[in-house]
Design a binder for this molecule. Sequence first.
Ligand code: F6R
Length: 251
Amino acid sequence: MAGNIKLVVCKDDAEVAKKAAVMFADVIKAKPSAVIGLATGSTPEKTYAEMAQLHRTQGLSFKQVMSFNLDEYWGLDGDHDQSYRYFMNDHLFQHVDIRPWNTFVLNGKATNPYLECQAYETKIVSVGGVDIWLLGIGGNGHIAFNEPGSAVDSRTRLVNLTPETIAANSDGRFFKSAAEVPRCALSAGIGTIREARSIVLLATGAKKADAVAAAVEGDFSTACPASLLQDHADCTFIVDEAAAGKLKNAR
Ligand code: F6R
């Protein structure tokens, strides 16, 4: 399928981060009470640093912004240094003027995961939906923790992580060993993500090249969850040259 995905190829990860931060800044300037979707992982770290820089040097304000994160490890509470709540505080929230009560990260210690996921979906709808959602991509094409096979209309739910994702997150960047990585997570669904008015997916490094090629130029298929963004009305992939390396028609 020749999808609608807009592709921006940058020379390196620093340029990816700058472009992504500016896209978010433009949305926030146009609508100060924007609802933004956020991701964790190595890829967006530099983008968050750029957003913090725009806040410090250009007065970009997050005072009225509301944020929703894609996912959280099941079983970790927000104080755990590998939780995604901790990551977000550390990389973005404490560096900008976003109100803590306007930041929504699924609770990995919720008493009832089903109610937690339902409440998250309800909250997104009640604030008018997500204006722009930042995503990374797994080496297997996953978005959030929607592993291959996840349905196009999947909603926020408790999911199992694949051995591949557990290995990727225990390669020294995050957890020290696979045994420490939780086996499950709460994750926004592909249907949840697709409802965002605009989507920006970042990919850097040669390890992502196969997944990027499958997502942009492969079939619209649950085998590559990111390919399920092909028919979105406003989806941009911002990738560096290494991550674009396997595209046949890098535009
Ligand atoms: C993180 C998330 C994941 C990551 C993906 C890539 O919130 O939902 O889908 O975006 O695993 O991770 P990195 O950026 O660490 O390669």
